[in-house]
Design a protein around this ligand. Structure first.
Ligand code: DGJ
Length: 735
């Protein structure tokens, strides 16, 4: 049984595949955290050093809480570390006193009301523990939810507050998780960046005090992804321990790592408490988003692969979850706003001749949208550009053998739009303050998704378009952060609920639209990866990873994103040269190979390619079709990091280990070097593998322990000649 309760010692032992998590109820009623890490197969309940540390004695009623590792620490008693929650009573006081009340253990995993979360398809996949603690003064109940996945090293947590008392309570802080570690010998890994520079990896040594990542932008953000990991000091891709925390949420969040006076560490993660509060009337409840916690005893690589498996199978949903994704061509970088029907069809036609499967019409197809400063909210086709309408265009493109996809930015409104003229108060705003315009200071406001009428109208507008044309794919964009977070419809005491209510409104919209159109593939986007988080993946199984399409920058972005998110979720396109974001000229091989390491496509004017370039594209498309099942559903092993030098390498291996595809990238050429070897990972050492197209056979052992030669390209002069060099190997088990 993955969750055991020892009645005598009052100990819960949660066991996922290869990890244990241990909780004890103290004599005082406080709930202590005893352990999280490698699986303890035989737990000796008399084990003094573990269960009754000399730092604290769970029998001690007067134990200073500052010394007790806890499951969900409160504020105002003798614990001076950061509390997991903060509640205000009607009399203004903010002190809590919560004690264990009861618990429940059951098979399966409950849904979280209105919130995306991991799920099970069969109750045997997971077990759940609910511990309820109660504050006897106020009657507030806190239910701590833990789900243990039996076949993965995953524990998910969330918290439900239920006001069973008679007074109004105000939640000022409500973290999804708090975990105490008994030391601080860890590094913290985070995925940070900016627009076009998302998910760069940063590591820092823990020091006393708070180290944190957060967002106050109303979206999970390109600046800080809602993910952190604690790594043991020796950890690398294959060694050491890694503890991952990923918040399933798309709005303001915080992830704090607090090292205290005794050099113990408290990790907490959840909705950002700044400018947040939630009024709980009697009988009302509040559920926090879920945190997905992954433990790995075999380095960062294994942690990532656990997240990938979980997200591919039990976060993403719908028709496309297990389907190979189409190769697309998108017109954004080809035309921006400057296109007409003929141009679009020409690009689609060129795409169809090269084997591309989906054409995506990006921004600019509606109202008078000739630049990014108008028309959002008026989702009516622009007859100047597309005189025959969307449906006819989609049909014509279908006839070329491509399916048709369309761009939307449904959460926004331009002041220069009919929608805004009709409903000037449908955007987020506060009384008497100027409304800050977004997207490069141009005119774009955010619709108030806390309002039901606004959400209903968005659902209606988008659905109308989707119903009336053969659309197989939607790119759901969102191009500015939230400002003036306030709503016309909320009472003054609920204004600080705006940011969270926005996210809940968004989830309702996404849920309704994606379930009404189950055969449409949805790709999310927020100026690239501004909202690349697991919550959005619950509704839309792929995300445009970054607006930066430069292959060199993409190495870092995709490598960083892969720390938590699987390749199938990462949109990756070949774009033109010089690159539009950085002006770099890279080889088409390099651009192709980087993009083929994700969810592959093109974003350039294919009609401008020479016939040689078209031949290369054709081959890339054919090649990707052959390897797509490996890249999209295989296990991912990072071999060389772009953060550590001039070279990057990785390999995808199918779950049965019978097929693999490895890639190597060298950014800048170096003179006078010897050819080096690349050691593969993740293969079966006992299998014999053929290197496809090279007529060579090696054992898995040879490929992993000795490695393959990275070819010198200019054999005659025995040198690497040219920057942006890439090689790939496709491996097949010899039966
Ligand atoms: C931002 C997206 O990331 C781009 O790919 C493109 O769709 C533009 N928005 C369109 O406005």
């Amino acid at each position: 049984m993955p969750i055991n309760y020892n009645e005598k010692e009052k100990i819960f032992h949660l066991q996922a595949l290869d990890t244990s998590y241990i909780i004890q109820i103290c004599e005082s009623g406080y709930i202590a955290h005893l352990y999280w890490g490698r699986k303890i197969k035989k737990l000796n309940f008399n084990n003094k050093p573990i269960l009754k540390s000399s730092n604290y004695n769970v029998l001690d009623l007067d134990l200073p809480l500052d010394k007790l590792p806890q499951e969900y620490p409160m504020y105002g008693k003798s614990d001076f570390r950061n509390p997991a929650f903060h509640v205000q009573l009607e009399n203004g006081s903010t002190i809590s006193e919560f004690k264990y009340a009861f618990h429940k253990i059951y098979k399966g995993k409950p849904k979280l009301e209105g919130l995306p979360a991991t799920y099970v398809e069969n109750d045997d996949e997971a077990d759940t523990l609910e511990i309820t603690m109660v504050d006897s003064l106020t009657g507030l109940n806190i239910k701590l939810l833990y789900t243990v996945f039996n076949n993965l090293n995953v524990i998910t947590r969330s918290v439900k507050f239920i006001n069973e008392g008679t007074q109004k309570l105000r939640l000022l802080k409500a973290m999804s998780v708090s975990v105490d570690f008994d030391n601080s010998d860890y590094d913290m890994l985070q995925l940070s960046g900016a627009w076009a520079r998302e998910s760069n990896i940063y590591k820092r040594e823990l020091v006393p005090g708070i180290q944190a990542v957060d967002s106050l932008r109303g979206i999970s953000s390109a600046q800080q992804n809602p993910f952190i990991a604690l790594l043991s000091k020796n950890a690398d891709e294959i060694h050491g321990e890694a503890y991952g925390f990923n918040l399933v949420y798309s709005g303001n969040f915080t992830a704090e790592v607090y090292v205290d006076q005794f050099l113990t560490t408290r990790v907490s993660m959840g909705i950002n408490p700044f400018d947040f509060s939630w009024l709980l009337e009697p009988k009302e409840s509040f559920t926090t988003p879920e945190v997905v916690m992954v433990y790995s005893k075999a380095g960062i690589g294994e942690m990532s692969r656990t997240y990938h498996k979980l997200y591919r199978r039990r976060m993403c949903r719908g028709t496309y979850r297990d389907k190979e994704r189409p190769i697309l061509v998108n017109n954004w970088e080809a035309t921006y706003f400057n296109f007409n029907e003929e141009k679009i069809k020409d690009i689609a036609k060129a795409g169809s001749e090269l084997g591309i499967e989906l054409f995506v019409l990006d921004d600019g197809w509606f109202a008078n949208r000739n630049s990014d400063n108008c028309s959002l909210g008026d989702w009516i086709v622009d007859k100047n550009k597309l005189p025959n309408g969307l449906s006819k265009l989609a049909e014509d493109i279908n006839e070329m053998g491509l399916s048709f996809g369309l761009w939307f930015e449904p959460e926004m409104v331009s002041p220069n739009s009919d929608l805004y003229r009709k409903h000037p108060n449908w955007c987020l705003h506060v009384p008497d303050r100027k409304r800050s315009s977004g997207r490069n200071q141009r005119n774009q406001l955010v619709l108030d998704l806390t309002r039901k009428d606004v959400c209903d109208e968005i659902i209606r507008m988008v659905s109308d378009i989707l119903k009336n044309a053969p659309i197989s794919y939607v790119k759901w964009d969102m191009n500015r952060p939230l400002t003036e977070m306030g709503s016309d419809k909320l009472s003054p005491e609920r204004q600080r609920e705006t940011a969270h209510r926005y996210v809940l409104g968004l989830y309702r919209i996404m849920n309704e639209i994606t379930s009404s159109f189950p055969n449409i593939l949805f790709e999310s986007c927020s100026s690239g990866g501004g909202r690349f988080d697991p919550a959005i993946l619950y509704y839309m199984p792929q995300t445009w990873t970054s607006d930066c399409t430069d292959a060199v920058e993409r190495l870092k972005i995709q490598y960083g994103t892969s720390i938590a998110y699987p390749s199938i979720t990462m949109g990756a396109h070949v774009s033109t040269c010089p690159n539009h974001q950085v002006g770099r000229m890279t080889s088409i091989d390099m651009r192709g190979n980087v993009a083929m390491s994700g969810n592959f496509g093109y974003e350039l004017d294919l009609t401008k390619f020479t016939s040689e370039e078209k031949d290369i594209v054709k081959k890339q498309v054919e090649y990707y079709k052959e390897i797509r099942h490996i890249v999209q559903f295989g296990d991912f092993y990072r071999i060389k990091s772009p953060y550590e030098g001039n070279e990057t390498a990785w390999i995808f291996v199918t779950e049965d280990k019978k097929e693999a595809v490895a890639s190597y990238f060298r950014v800048l050429a170096k003179p006078n070097i010897l050819s080096a070897r690349l050691k593969f990972e993740g293969l079966n050492p006992d299998y014999m593998y053929e290197i496809v197209g090279e007529d060579m056979i090696f054992s898995g052992e040879e490929l992993m322990y000795i490695g393959v030669d990275i070819p010198i390209i200019d054999e005659e002069h025995y040198r690497v000649y040219g920057d942006f060099y890439t090689v790939r190997w496709r491996l097949k088990k010899v039966e």
